[in-house]
Write a protein that binds this ligand. Sequence first.
Ligand code: PBG
Ligand code: ZN
Length: 324
Amino acid sequence: MSFPRTRQRRLRRSETLRAMVRETRLSRDDLILPLFVVPGSGVREPVASMPGVFRHSVDQLVLECKEARDLGVPGIILFGIPEEKDARGSGADAADGITQRAVEAVKREVADLVVMTDVCLCEYTDHGHCGIVQDEEVLNDPSVARLAETALSHARAGADVVAPSDMMDGRVAAIRSRLDDQGFENVAILSYAAKFASAYYGPFRDAAESTPSFGDRRAYQMDPPNGREALREMRLDLQEGADALMVKPALPYLDILAAAAREFDVPLAAYHVSGEYAMIHAAAERGWIDGERAMDEALIAIKRAGADLILTYAATDVARRLSA
Ligand code: PBG
Ligand code: ZN
């Protein structure tokens, strides 16, 4: 049957009808808020390239977490920026490091907020790479050992989920073994499994002071044209013991997210990254697009493609709109 008996517009005539036949809904339970934590107290520094995003000291971070939780955001992911950086990223696994202190405070002060940590070395190394460097090469296995110690230190501080974002080979297995050996068998691993070497991380690197001092991340992060390889990365991380998988960035890689949703039966996360967030805000500031609508459209597209969880800097804003 076709036109004129079939008319697709019949079910679009009112908002009530549209809501009735809507296939995908964004829920506050889907959202994870990324947060940056810096040393000091009373610090709430705006990130210039990310309107609405701040770098907080631990005391201010707790307030931000309470607000997010009160609005229904179930989880956060923490990025620590240490006082000092060195070649091995010593701050990454320090028991009293910035991330560890932040995790302790948030777990103590904000009831039932799921606390995830980004596990990487780039915020802690003086060269800004995600691993141990020798002769301008990022070494895999020595980096994995440091990452496993970092994940363990986050677990000791009370993290519910650790999320390795470094893209070294074998890091999920190493983290799983180290956690299990030390009695943290209940700490989950959300692997940044398909993480691409992307131009969209620019604003994040300003916020996290993690721009590499030489070269780029293409020898460890994935090459953007590769889709089948992304599925292989995800499969390997599952075999190594990942509980959930991430695709990152989100909008430019929805094909990979959709393929992963068909292929795997674990929860899938997508990271709507800093550059994706910044573009929407930049265009909205110029009056070129409606920022709220563009943000909602981006997030629903990510959900429709197959994400169970969405990491977004707009989590609190969106939760506020969803609860209104
Ligand atoms: C650290 C890390 C990065 C992001 C998350 N974890 C930056 C990078 O790999 O350079 C990017 C997040 C964003 O752009 O919002 N490895
Ligand atoms: Zn990194």
